[in-house]
Design a protein around this ligand. Structure first.
Ligand SMILES: Cc1cc2nc3c(=O)[nH]c(=O)nc-3n(C[C@H](O)[C@H](O)[C@H](O)COP(=O)(O)OP(=O)(O)OC[C@H]3O[C@@H](n4cnc5c(N)ncnc54)[C@H](O)[C@@H]3O)c2cc1C
Length: 485
C-alpha cells in the first residue's frame, strides 16, 4: 500500500501531526506498536499546559511551547477535551529565592509569555490557602489538560478526517526506495510504501532512526514517578512547583490538580538503563510525599489511590555536565523526506500542536504543495459524562438511552452507555486501558476492583473477543487466562 505520509508513533506528537496532516489532501497512515494510541510518554505526565518561562530563549522548545499553548486551548475546544487555564505558582521559601524567581519571569517575558508576576505571602495564601511560601512567580496563562483525552481526541479526529491507524503494529525495518520515498516492514508482515516518513516514536526514536542510517543521537531514559490522591479530599486550584533543580533533570516534585479532580504528586527524576521500566519504587514514593508535604503541609491528611511513572527521553546523560538540550525536529540530510523527532520531553505535551504545524506546513510543505482537504471537520464530540450533568439533563438523556441509568463504575459514576461508547471508538482500540482512558471508568478509589468483570463482559459482548484475548494496555498484558469453574 502506498501512502503520502506515514507517522511512526501514536503519542500526542504523532497524533497531533496526523490531525494536522488531515487538513490537507495527504493519504496518511499512523503506525503504533501498542493496542491503542497514548500508551507511551504521553499517558504518564503532569498534564500541565506550560506557559514557557522555564525554557532557554531562542530554542525550538521555547518557540513550540509558547505557540503550542495558544493552539492547545482552541484545539481542546474543538475536540471537546477537558482543560482549564488555572494559573501556576513557582514558590520560594525565603528572600534568597527572589532573584531566581525574578530571573524566571524575565526569561518568560523574553519567550513571549504573558501574565507573569511576582507575588508575596498574602497573595499566595489567597490563591492557594494550603501552600506555605514567602515568594512566588505567578503564571496566569498556565493550564491543565487531560493528556490521554487530548491525545485520543487528536487521533480520533484525524481518523474521522481520513487518517488510517494501524495499531498493534511495530515498525521493524525502513529502506529508502530508489525513485524516492521509503518502504517500511512491520511486525504484521504488511509492507508499507510512503513518500514522507515521520519518526515520532518517543523513547524509541533513536532506534527508529538507526533502522535506516547511522547516527550519534542517544536517548537517555529518565523516569518520573507520581502519586495520585483520592479526589474526595483534594483541594488545589493550580499547579504549585518548587524552585527547579539546576541539573536540568526536570522541574522538581510539584503538586498538580488534574481535570478529573485528583491531585498529582511528582515527578521524581532517575536516570535508568531500561527505558521501559515504568515501575514505582518505595524509596521514591516516600520522597515524593516528603517533598510535596513541604509545599502543602495539609496533603498529609490525604489518601492516595494509585501511583504511576513516566519516562523522559533525555538527550544528555546524568553526569554529562549539560543541563539543557533542545527538541530535535529535523529532516534527515541523507534521506530527505524522513523527519526525525527526538528528545521530545517536557513541554512536549503543550508543544505538540505547534510541532505538528511545523512538520506539516514547513518541512513537508517545502517538498510538496499542500492541497486543502475541503471535507476536513475540526470538530469532534467526546463521550458525555452523565455524572456531570444537571438532574434535568440527565433525566432527558436517560429517557433517550436507559443504559445511562445503569452505573458500571461506581467510584467514578460511569454508566453502561459511556462504556459502550468507549468500546465503539473510531480507532477500534479494545484494551482495558483504551476503555479506561476514554470513559474514566476504573480510575477511582477501587481501581477497577468492582467494575472490571462487568467491563470485560461488555467488551466481549460488543466485540466478539474472548475474555482471554483482552489485554490491560500493552500487547503482552493478558488479564485472564481461563475459567476456574
Ligand atoms: C514525567 C513527565 C512529566 C511531563 N509533564 C509534562 C507536562 O506537564 N506538560 C507538558 O507539556 N509535557 C510534559 N511532559 C512531556 C510530554 O509528556 C512528552 O513530551 C510527550 O508526551 C511526548 O510525546 P511523544 O508522542 O513524542 O511520545 P510517546 O507518547 O512516547 O509516543 C511515541 C509512541 O511511539 C510508539 N512506538 C515506539 N516504537 C515504535 C515502533 N517501532 N513502531 C510503532 N510504534 C512505535 C510508542 O509505543 C509510543 O506510543 C512530561 C513528560 C514526562 C516523562
Amino acid at each position: 500500500m502506498k501512502y503520502d505520509l506515514t507517522i511512526i508513533g501514536g503519542g500526542v506528537v504523532g497524533c497531533a501531526i496526523a490531525r494536522e496532516a488531515s487538513k490537507y489532501k495527504l493519504k496518511t497512515l499512523l503506525i503504533e506498536k501498542e493496542p491503542d494510541v497514548c500508551e507511551g510518554i504521553s499517558k504518564a505526565n503532569s498534564g500541565v499546559l506550560h506557559a514557557g518561562f522555564n525554557i532557554r530563549p531562542g530554542s525550538l522548545k521555547a518557540r513550540f511551547n509558547v505557540e503550542g499553548l495558544k493552539i492547545c486551548t482552541s484545539i481542546a475546544e474543538e475536540l471537546d477535551v477537558d482543560y482549564k487555564i488555572c494559573g501556576k505558582l513557582v514558590v520560594g521559601k525565603s528572600d534568597e529565592d527572589l532573584p531566581y524567581l525574578t530571573k524566571l519571569m524575565e526569561q518568560g517575558k523574553r519567550n513571549g509569555c504573558s501574565g507573569l508576576s511576582i507575588v508575596g505571602k498574602d497573595e499566595i495564601q489567597r490563591y492557594e490557602p494550603g501552600v506555605s511560601a514567602k515568594w512566588a512567580l505567578l503564571s496566569e496563562s498556565t493550564g491543565i489538560i487531560t493528556p490521554f483525552q487530548f491525545t485520543i481526541a487528536l487521533a480520533e479526529n484525524a481518523a474521522e478526517n481520513g487518517t488510517e491507524f494501524h495499531l498493534n503494529t511495530e515498525v521493524t525495518g525502513i529502506e529508502s526506495l530508489r525513485g524516492g520515498g521509503f518502504r517500511l516492514t512491520n511486525s504484521d508482515k504488511r509492507s508499507i510504501d510512503t513518500e514522507f516518513l515521520v519518526n515520532s516514536a518517543g523513547m524509541k526514536s533513536a532506534d527508529i532512526k538507526s533502522l535506516i542510517e547511522e547516527h550519534n543521537n542517544v536517548v537517555y531514559p529518565c523516569r518520573g514517578e507520581y502519586y495520585i490522591t483520592d479526589k474526595e479530599n483534594a483541594s488545589l486550584s493550580m499547579p504549585v512547583y518548587p524552585i527547579p533543580p539546576t541539573d536540568g533533570s526536570g522541574l522538581g516534585v510539584h503538586i498538580t490538580p488534574s481535570c478529573n479532580g485528583n491531585i498529582l504528586l511528582g515527578p521524581s527524576a532517575d536516570y535508568l538503563d531500561d527505558g521501559e521500566d515504568v515501575s514505582n519504587t518505595a524509596d521514591v514514593m516516600a520522597q515524593l510525599k516528603k517533598e510535596a508535604y513541604e509545599l502543602m503541609p495539609e496533603l498529609k491528611g490525604h489518601s492516595f489511590i494509585k501511583n504511576y511513572s513516566g519516562m523522559r527521553p533525555k538527550l544528555f546523560a546524568k553526569d554529562s555536565g549539560e543541563s539543557f538540550a533542545d527538541f530535535i525536529v529535523e529532516e534527515s540530510e541523507r534521506f530527505p523526506g524522513m523527519i526525525n523527532l527526538m528528545g521530545i520531553e517536557s513541554p512536549g505535551l503543550t508543544s505538540a500542536p505547534a510541532i505538528a504545524k511545523y512538520v506539516i506546513e514547513e518541512l513537508i510543505g517545502s517538498h510538496t504543495y499542500l492541497y486543502e482537504n475541503h471535507a476536513y471537520n475540526p470538530q469532534r464530540k467526546g463521550i458525555i459524562r452523565s455524572s456531570k450533568l444537571s438532574d434535568v439533563d440527565f433525566k432527558r438523556l436517560a429517557a433517550l438511552n436507559p443504559d445511562y441509568s445503569e452505573i458500571i463504575c461506581r467510584c467514578e459514576q460511569i454508566s453502561r452507555a459511556e462504556i459502550i461508547q468507549a468500546i465503539r471508538n473510531p480507532l477500534g482500540a479494545r484494551s482495558l486501558g483504551a476503555i479506561k482512558k476514554r470513559s474514566y471508568s476504573m480510575m477511582g478509589r477501587c481501581q477497577s476492583g468492582f467494575c472490571l468483570p462487568r467491563i470485560i463482559d461488555l467488551i466481549v459482548e460488543e466485540t466478539g473477543l474472548s475474555a482471554e484475548e483482552i489485554v490491560k494496555s500493552s500487547t503482552d498484558s493478558q488479564v485472564l487466562f481461563g475459567r476456574i469453574k
